[in-house]
Structure formats: structure tokens, C-alpha cells
Design a protein around this ligand. Structure first.
Ligand code: AHR
Length: 492
């Protein structure tokens, strides 16, 4: 299959906001307890954080990590996770029907984040709570004043404010599964007043309002319009969430899901601009795709988990090779829409629908770790339009899906990275990469992730079953059938 990818120096999409390579840690299953935190473990540091996990998180170079939820946050009292550990309450978490021991809270998490070379993206509880607790939390985290919550932080051992810059106004408040779900009108008023107070406490923070929980919500579109009309001048971003899956084992259709992600992004961006025009506002509200990933493998097994235990094995999807390809296509879509998507979080980071998995005797990496690693390492700089000319296919609900999807980034050091997935299950793509305005550039590295068995997985026992490899860079460049590729060019 002949394929051409054209990249023109003049055809710029946007500077990429590094925060599109963010991730997420929720108090859910073994993400925190037995994931990032396991005091007494041989790899634990002085605060009980697993250093083997920290090492992999640092490798991924995630600039932000959303915390503490997720559905969890809608029933969370942040104060429970502060102060002496022995007096912290054990509570029911109604969102995941587990027990929360509160041994990790914002004090510990911000310390973990700094050890992981990342920043906290903090969510406030707009389910059971509201503006009062949210503004207190901003004071606790960010202020240096001689006032109650700032003093409480100091008494808890943290003299310097944490300086958390990015905040979410609740989580998925349109979802019937959410603790204290709301109508669009109810949420909008609550979010607007909470936003006002939070920014009055610290005007330097940025705020993300909840969009729809996913594109298939019956209120999708109307929800966004109501929230934006009410909150427009008080917020900076609106959220998008979507998980993808292959429950019917229809691989061609599964591999095309990024087309739906792209339509979702375009639709929400149009709604933002419609409300901007309606208001005659100078300001542009951008998008925070703060939950995206594959989530379907663990749904059945999770029904058998005993209720109200601490840190059960929830949402532990084991990802196969085709999942990694889909993650690659979703990353390509985020880069290609980086003019509007300024924040994105791979949900999640450790154990729970995650690239990094732990056991008591070590860590292992899932297939999806690799495309995320490559995009995070080589996908920073300026996104350029990658014009792809190739054969297409039709699949259920989607017509003319290009076999090859690609994104191009001009890295800050002058190199060019092209990310490409060949969705064809049987045809290699012979690639003609045309770099316009890049005289003297040539391919110096071709990284590929590929496997003949689309359902093959990594595991603790076989952690290197699916790992990337380098391909020859001289002669013709091929994007093999069902492969994720990183093509790196530089001037000779
Ligand atoms: O990431 C898992 C869950 O998915 C989050 O808690 C929730 O926000 C979403 O429905």
C-alpha cells in the first residue's frame, strides 16, 4: 500500500501544551494503596512511596497528574487526609464501594508529585460539598497568609504553600452514577459560585468545568452550552472524558475509534466558540480531555469484587497489543487537535486502567506504556499538519477511515517526530515522507511497536512480550501492518 505523509514547516497547528501528556491517580482500587504508596515495601522511600513506581512515572515524564478523583472526589472530605495519620478516619467510599483509609491525602500526594517530577491537577468535591470546602482547600494548598487553613497546613508540617495551579470543578456531575449528580442548571450555578470564590482566594489558578461524562450522554451538547453560558468568564477549560473498548472483538472498528475522539473534540470546540460569540467575549475557553483511555477488559471481573474492602483489585484492565495501537491513534488525535486541547490525562497511571502495574515483588509495564512514553518524550514542541494520502476502509458507523493516521511535531531541538499507526491488519504501507521546508533532513531513528498476535499481552511473568524495537533507517521506510511507529528526522 503506497502512503504519503506530507509535512510543511508553514502548516502549523499549534504550539503543544505539554500538559496533554498528563495522567491521573484516583483513590480507587490499588492506584494509591499498593500502587504509588506501600509503606514497608522493600522499594518504599521514607514516606512509603514505591521508588520502583516513581522511576517509571519519571520515565513517562508526565507534567500533571489529576487527583484525587474521579468519582471518588464527589464524596471526599479533603480534611480527612491531613494531620497525624493515626487519627485519620477510615471511611466508606460510596463511589467505588470500598474503604478509604486516608493514609494518603493532599499533603502526601503533593510530595509524591514533586518526587515524580510532576504537578498536581486538583479536583474539588462538588457532589456532597461545595464552594466553602473548595475555597478552604485552595487556601490550604496555595496561600501564605496568617489565616486558619494556611496555618493548618503549616501545623501539618508544610511551611511553604504547594502552589497548585490547575483545578477541576468536580467530576462528571451529569452522570447518574456520580455521588450527588446534578442537572446542568444545578451544576452550572454551583460551579460558577465555587469558581468565583476559588479565584478570589488565589487569582492565579486555572479552572476546568465539567463537560459531559462522555459523548454518548443524552444531554451531551446541551450540558456544555448551559455550563458555558453560566460559567464562561470564571473558567478556563471545559472537560471531555471518553473511554474506548472492543467488547465485540471488531478490530477494524476498534482501531478507528480515534475518529470518534476527533469528532467529539471538534464538536465541543465549536460549542465553546458558539458561546464565546453569543457573549461577545474576548476569551477562548479551551479543552481539557482529562480522562481518556481504553476501559472494558475488567468490567465483568469487577462485578465479583467484595464490597467495602480497602484497595481491592478494581479496574485492572490487562491491555493487549491492539489496545496499544488504539492508544497510539488517540495520542495522534490529541496532538492534531493541540490548538484546542491544552490538557489531557491518560486515565489512569498505576494499576487502575494503567500503563504501570505493581505486585509485591516488582512492577511491570503494559503495552499501552510505550506509545504514551514515545509521545510524551518526542511529542513536545510545535504540532505541524501531517497530510496523509492513503487507502481507506469502511467500518460499522464510520466511512473512509484512512488506514494510516499520523501526527508531526517539530521538536524544540529542531528534530521532527512523526507518529503513525497503520490500521491495516494485512497490508504494509510503503511510506513516502515529504518534509517541505526542511532541507537536508533525513530519518535517523524508526521505532516500531508491533506483534503478530493482536491479543498478546505483557504480564508480571512476561514483561517484555511486547516492547518497541528499532527498525533499519536506510532504504525504503515501511509502516508494517498493525503497527505503531515513531519516525525521527534531523538535519544532517
Ligand atoms: O477513571 C475511572 C472513572 O471513570 C473515574 O472515576 C470517573 O470520572 C470515570 O467515570
Amino acid at each position: 500500500m503506497e502512503t504519503r505523509i506530507s509535512v510543511n514547516r508553514q502548516n502549523v497547528i499549534s504550539e503543544i501544551d505539554n500538559r496533554i501528556y498528563g495522567s491521573f491517580i484516583e483513590h480507587l482500587g490499588r492506584a494509591v494503596y499498593g500502587g504509588i504508596y506501600q509503606p514497608g515495601h522493600e522499594a518504599a522511600d521514607d514516606m512509603g512511596f514505591r521508588q520502583d513506581v516513581l522511576e517509571y512515572v519519571r520515565q513517562l515524564n508526565v507534567p500533571i497528574v489529576r487527583y484525587p478523583g474521579g468519582n471518588f472526589v464527589s464524596g471526599y472530605n479533603w480534611e480527612d487526609g491531613t494531620g497525624p495519620k493515626e487519627s485519620r478516619p477510615h471511611k466508606l467510599d460510596l463511589a467505588w464501594q470500598t474503604i478509604e483509609t486516608n493514609q494518603v491525602g493532599i499533603d502526601e500526594f503533593q510530595e509524591w508529585a514533586s518526587r515524580a517530577n510532576t504537578e498536581v491537577m486538583m479536583a474539588v468535591n462538588l457532589g456532597t460539598r461545595g464552594a466553602d470546602e473548595a475555597r478552604n482547600l485552595v487556601e490550604y494548598c496555595n496561600l501564605d497568609t496568617d489565616t486558619y487553613y494556611a496555618q493548618l497546613r503549616r501545623r501539618n508540617g508544610f511551611e511553604k504553600p504547594f502552589g497548585i495551579k490547575l483545578w477541576c470543578l468536580g467530576n462528571e456531575m451529569d452522570g447518574p452514577w456520580q455521588i450527588c449528580a446534578q442537572t446542568a442548571a444545578e451544576y452550572s450555578r454551583k460551579a460558577c459560585e465555587t469558581a468565583k470564590l476559588m479565584k478570589w482566594v488565589d487569582p492565579s489558578i486555572e479552572l476546568v468545568a465539567c463537560g459531559s461524562s462522555n459523548k454518548d450522554m443524552s444531554t451531551f451538547g446541551e450540558w456544555e452550552k448551559t455550563v458555558l453560558r453560566e460559567c464562561y468568564e470564571h473558567i478556563d477549560y471545559i472537560s471531555l472524558h471518553n473511554y474506548y473498548g472492543n467488547p465485540d472483538s471488531n478490530t477494524p472498528q476498534y482501531l478507528a475509534q480515534a475518529v470518534n475522539m476527533e469528532n467529539f473534540i471538534k464538536t465541543v470546540a465549536e460549542i465553546c466558540d458558539e458561546i464565546k460569540a453569543e457573549k461577545g467575549s474576548e476569551k477562548t475557553v479551551n479543552l481539557s480531555f482529562d480522562e481518556w483511555n481504553i476501559w472494558f477488559h475488567s468490567l465483568e471481573q469487577d462485578k465479583r469484587i467484595k464490597r467495602y474492602t480497602a484497595a481491592p483489585r478494581l479496574l485492572e484492565d490487562i491491555y493487549n497489543f491492539e489496545d496499544a495501537l488504539v492508544v497510539g491513534t488517540l495520542l495522534i488525535t490529541l496532538i492534531n487537535n493541540s490548538d484546542r486541547v491544552k490538557i489531557a490525562c491518560l486515565a489512569q497511571l498505576v494499576n487502575v486502567i494503567a500503563p504501570i502495574m505493581t505486585e509485591d515483588n516488582g512492577c511491570w509495564l503494559q503495552t499501552i506504556f510505550y506509545p504514551f512514553l514515545h509521545a510524551s518524550l518526542f511529542g513536545r514542541g510545535t504540532a505541524l499538519k501531517a497530510g496523509v494520502c492513503c487507502e481507506t476502509y469502511d467500518t460499522e458507523g464510520l466511512k473512509e477511515v484512512p488506514y494510516v493516521t499520523a501526527a508531526a511535531v517539530l521538536n524544540d531541538n529542531g528534530e521532527i517526530s512523526i507518529f503513525a499507526v497503520n490500521r491495516s491488519l494485512d497490508k504494509d504501507a510503503v511510506l513516502d515522507a515529504e518534509l517541505i521546508g526542511f532541507e537536508g533532513y533525513s530519518l535517523f531513528e524508526h521505532i516500531e511497536l508491533n506483534c503478530n498476535d493482536l491479543k498478546a499481552v505483557n504480564s508480571f511473568e512476561k514483561p517484555n512480550n511486547i516492547v518497541p524495537a528499532n527498525k533499519q533507517t536506510d532504504g525504503k521506510t515501511e509502516l508494517s501492518a498493525h503497527s505503531w511507529n515513531v519516525l525521527r528526522f534531523r538535519k544532517k
